[in-house]
Design a protein around this ligand. Structure first.
Ligand code: PEP
Ligand code: CO
Length: 455
């Protein structure tokens, strides 16, 4: 294989490599016109924000911060509305306060938001009743209805996705900057589930002490916490649709580097991480901090190849490895990956995605995940990293601020039978806002005992 570093990089150099998971467009001229338009439109984020995030991720690598990355499996254009965005932001900010309290370090908040519109699929096509059509690849590409017209890849959707990403981030930024005041104070949180939880006393203690800490801070500073510019928020999505990502990639003369300005932190999905593939070629030339999803199929040589290609200078904050093995495989798979990174001599940020290795099918045929498995994988991840002289520096979760019933378990003990009630995801099952907050509380609660063990 040709060494990737030997060839000159430019935003379209990935086109010389095999590109997985890309839609086929019927009208190349219409596609080219859209890509040209996207290349002219202003960027969604700017390079200095990206650099600020990279520095915060570098702090997380040193153990001085913790990453909370979360949001929908796939955003939809229909959900680009104020209530849904505000609720998602709210749960992320609430979780971050709970984690700050438990882990005693600043939390870096990164939404799977403002651009998470393209999905990898296990099959190119889908067949129903003898009819075969292209798979639905997310709102950026085509439409979910099972008709030939809906499943046709439509280049105009790239523009609609860009616009909605910008609208979403604009609103999220305004909420964060403008206070969103009820967000910080637990007395305004919706904590009805707490009384159903076996650990309700512990949860109440966490909530009480967050309230006390905020009162104390606001008392001595004379300012509400959001006015102290302590809250920042970043966007991330899977960098899957390479023409879309390419169109928003710009050379920033002041930094003398290329940046993908469609988001702060794009990640490479598990299905597109081939060392000689188009995605790795594209990602190697952008200066953003990037994530790589790591599954059980990855071996040491592959991971070391990715690290060498994507971060040859060992730049702090550049690489976040998001492992998603599932409770069944994490104990056998993760130690090998930790060793592989150690042998590479490079620094990475380790993050656990306890969602994608724990998907199963409910008795009624719905895709679901058990809260207990999600929690257990996070627990195992903390333990395995500590036992191997490494450090878990963040979590990556699929969640929504809405009251859905897609994952089972949690304080309210949702069962398979409850899933029908409010199952809304067309892709992966998400934690609802109660389950998400409870996960943060359990991580916070258990970190107290972990700290005692490691004293
Ligand atoms: C996802 O994050 O929604 C996803 C598809 O993950 P992975 O690439 O890890 O399977
Ligand atoms: Co998903």
């Amino acid at each position: 294989m040709r060494s990737p570093e030997c060839t000159a990089w430019h935003p379209a150099s990935w086109q010389g490599r095999p590109a997985q998971q890309q839609p086929t467009y019927e009208d190349p001229a219409a596609l080219a016109q859209v890509v040209a338009e996207l290349s002219r439109l202003p960027p969604i984020v700017v390079s200095w924000e990206i650099e600020a995030l990279r520095e915060r991720l570098a702090a997380a690598q040193r153990g001085q911060a913790f990453l909370l990355q979360g949001g929908d499996c796939a955003e939809t254009f229909a959900d680009c509305e104020s209530d849904s965005i505000a609720k998602k932001l709210k749960i992320l900010l609430q979780m971050s306060l709970v984690l700050l309290h438990g882990l005693k370090k600043p939390i870096v908040r990164v939404g799977r938001m403002a651009g998470q519109y393209a999905k990898p699929r296990s099959a190119e096509t889908e067949s129903r009743d003898g009819v075969t059509l292209p798979s639905f690849r997310g709102d950026l590409v085509n439409r979910p209805e099972f008709t030939a017209a809906a499943r046709r890849a439509d280049p105009q959707l790239l523009l609609r996705g860009y616009e909605r990403a910008a609208l979403t981030l604009n609103f999220a930024r305004a909420l964060v900057d403008g206070g969103f005041a009820d967000l910080h104070h637990p007395e305004y949180w919706d904590l009805g589930f707490v009384k159903h939880a076996p650990l309700k006393d512990a949860y109440q203690r966490i909530v009480q002490s967050i309230g006390d800490a905020l009162d104390f801070f606001e008392g001595i500073s004379g300012r509400r916490v959001h006015e102290a510019s302590l809250v920042d928020f970043y966007a991330s999505h899977e960098g899957l649709h390479l023409l879309y990502e390419q169109a928003q990639t710009r050379f920033i003369p002041r930094q003398d580097r290329w940046y993908n300005l469609s988001t702060h932190m794009p990640w490479i999905g598990m299905r597109t991480a081939k060392l000689d593939g188009a995605h790795v070629e594209f990602f190697r030339g952008i200066s953003n901090p990037i994530g790589i999803k790591i599954g059980a199929a990855m071996d040491a040589a592959w991971l070391q190849g990715l690290i060498g290609t994507l971060n040859p200078q060992d730049q702090p904050g550049r690489l976040t490895l998001i492992h998603r093995f599932g409770v069944r495989d994490i104990e056998s798979a993760l130690p090998k990956m930790i060793d592989a990174v150690r042998q590479s001599g490079q620094t990475v940020l380790w993050v656990c995605d306890p969602m994608h290795g724990n998907t199963e099918t409910s008795t009624a045929g719905l895709k679901t995940r058990r809260f207990e498995n999600i929690l257990k994988e996070v627990d195992l991840a903390f333990r395995i990293h500590a036992e191997h002289g490494s450090r878990l520096g963040g979590v990556h979760v699929e969640l929504t601020g809405d009251d859905v019933t897609e994952c089972t378990g949690g304080a309210r003990g949702l069962t398979d039978a409850d899933l029908q009630r409010a199952y809304r995801s067309t892709v992966d099952p998400r934690l609802n806002h109660e389950q998400a907050l409870e996960l943060a509380m359990l991580i916070a609660e258990r970190s107290q005992s972990r700290r005692l063990v490691h004293l």
